[in-house]
Design a protein around this ligand. Structure first.
Ligand SMILES: NC(=O)c1ccc[n+]([C@@H]2O[C@H](COP(=O)([O-])OP(=O)(O)OC[C@H]3O[C@@H](n4cnc5c(N)ncnc54)[C@H](OP(=O)(O)O)[C@@H]3O)[C@@H](O)[C@H]2O)c1
Length: 317
């Protein structure tokens, strides 16, 4: 099969022929249609986080995918060859024609989504769900501040929080204000023009921090006592949480097929919708990584705009 691989930490992406994976009795072979690019792919390949995110080289990146079940192991009953599915592989491997996964990693692809759209959903949507509900304990009637609201995770967080009956405030570029209003944000604060802690008049119950750094530090100033700060990019200072009488932690996505099944239902009923920014062919993955890397650079008030919202997807089949 064709695949994109990293041969060594910090190495280039290489597109060539590799053996098709075999499956165990409790596994499924998925013919990949699309995969999506995540910051995590680049971080793992760089080796900078190898102590906490070790990978075996050579490595095929790609944590989320859509595709068709090609073959199932003899113990598998949850799906059948020909089923359209989407899912998450915690160890990567989706930048390839075929991927072997456990049934718990997948769910049925929402019937109203294209394969390109479906591949963009699993990581961002589940991170948003777990961030605001599992870790943030967000409830109807509360107020949440979402930093990076127009990003891949943020846009799902805005939609899910709004659907749950919360008031949603997001920090983002002003270019994304109309988009964020259209998916449920009642207020958008332009992070390049204003300091959110200076313009917010009332404190919030939950901060979902998708940015980190100074943005996270300043977030303590806008949290109500007893509130929750959930971060995705860096650990939260426990000294600061104690000082401000709030709780705070960095989350790590715990993907599940059941969770993705719930997300699929929300997509099918039109409660939430995906957002694909760009689609590249698999062999152009290096260009997709350049786009994502540009977005990883430091940002804040005064920073130049790099790209609009939405996920970068790779076309495999
Ligand atoms: N812990 C986990 O399990 C987990 C899971 C998924 C993702 N993550 C991490 O979560 C972060 C967000 O992921 P993502 O996929 O949503 O990223 P993304 O799609 O690149 O979105 C980032 C968004 O943040 C905006 N932004 C940049 N600087 C900002 C600032 N100072 N204040 C407010 N908004 C700002 C960007 O807007 P512009 O277009 O204006 O630059 C962009 O819309 C990444 O670091 C990712 O690695 C962690």
């Amino acid at each position: 099969m064709k695949a994109v691989r990293v041969l060594e930490y910090g190495g280039q992406l290489v597109f060539n022929e590799v053996p098709t994976p075999s499956i165990a009795r409790d596994e499924i072979l998925v013919k990949i249609k699309n995969t999506a690019v995540n910051h995590l792919d680049l971080v793992e390949a760089s080796g900078t986080a190898r102590q906490i995110l070790p990978i075996d080289m050579p490595w095929i990146p790609g944590h989320e995918f859509s595709g068709v079940v090609e073959r199932i192991g003899s113990d598998v009953t949850a799906c059948a060859p020909g089923d359209d599915v989407f899912g998450v592989s915690e160890i990567g491997g989706a930048y390839a024609d075929y991927l072997a996964v456990k049934p718990a990693a997948i769910a049925r692809k929402p019937s109203n989504l294209s394969f390109e759209e479906a591949a963009s959903v699993p990581v961002a949507s589940q991170t948003a769900w777990q961030g605001i509900f599992t870790h943030g304990h967000l409830e109807k009637g509360q107020t949440i501040l979402i930093h990076g609201g127009a990003g891949a995770v943020g846009a799902y967080a805005v939609q899910l929080a709004s659907h749950a009956g919360a008031t949603v405030i997001a920090t983002a570029s002003s270019d994304d204000e109309a988009y964020l209003n259209s998916i449920g944000a009642s207020r958008v604060i332009d992070y390049r023009e204003a300091q959110f802690e200076k313009v917010l008049r009332e404190k919030v119950d939950v901060v979902f921090d998708l940015i980190g750094g100074d943005t996270q530090k300043r977030s303590f100033l806008v949290l109500k006592e007893g509130g929750h700060l959930v971060a995705t990019t860096q650990p939260v200072s426990q000294e600061e949480t104690a000082r401000h009488r709030v709780s705070g932690a960095m989350m790590r996505l715990a993907p599940s097929g059941d969770g993705l099944g719930s997300i699929a239902r929300l997509l099918e009923e039109g409660t939430i919708r995906p957002d694909v920014a760009t689609v590249y062919a698999l062999q152009d993955a290096a260009q997709a990584w350049k786009d994502i890397a540009g977005n990883l650079s430091p940002s804040g008030p005064g920073a130049a705009r790099r790209r609009s919202h939405g996920k970068i997807v790779l076309r495999v089949a």
